[in-house]
Design a protein around this ligand. Sequence first.
Ligand code: E4P
Length: 221
Amino acid sequence: MKIFLDTANLESIKKFNDMGLLDGITTNPSLMSKEGGNPKNAMEEITKIIQGDVSLEVVSTEYSGMMEEGKRLREYGDNVVVKVPMTPDGLKACKSFSSQGIPVNVTLIFSANQALLAAKSGAKYVSPFIGRLDDIGQDGMNLIKEIKTIFSNYTFKTQILVASVRHPLHVIDAAKIGADVVTLPPGVLEKMLQHPLTKIGLDNFLADWEKLKLKNPDTKI
Ligand code: E4P
């Protein structure tokens, strides 16, 4: 399963990329706004740091505007995936970009039917938002299962990009289902690294080593 980071924060992107964990990045207008700086600089930097796919989102709501914005976004790099909303105009833009060989991520997917239609329009990725479904009392992970079953029944190459992930258990469940990608807020990836027994174990190893050194002061590894 590929791991994308769901952020426009350069510090987090560099940190996790240096650990070799990142296959790509997803951004959206809210994430750009949260960083507060000039989005142009962020988009330039992110597309340079990351070799894999970087989703950059259009803000036009009609077809021709989406096409213009998508072409401008692609100037940041060949690794740019144009992110369009799950709307009739978004699907029309998805179809046009895909026919030109430009990869598209269709975002704001909340039903299996929407995922099916986005796949038929040629999307490289569909982004079902599981956390936002959980927030309103619906089962986000069940949507991932449904989409997985539907895509597996046919020959769609479209990848399931699990979005709006809230906690590490979402990641495990998505991996068990066989989702292609999860996009994670930095805080979730940070939590996945940690386990209390790892910290206790390391503290004990180091304390025991210090005891050994008292008896053998010249010892080095
Ligand atoms: C996906 O591409 C979106 O950027 C993101 O996962 C939305 O998550 P949220 O519901 O936490 O805003």
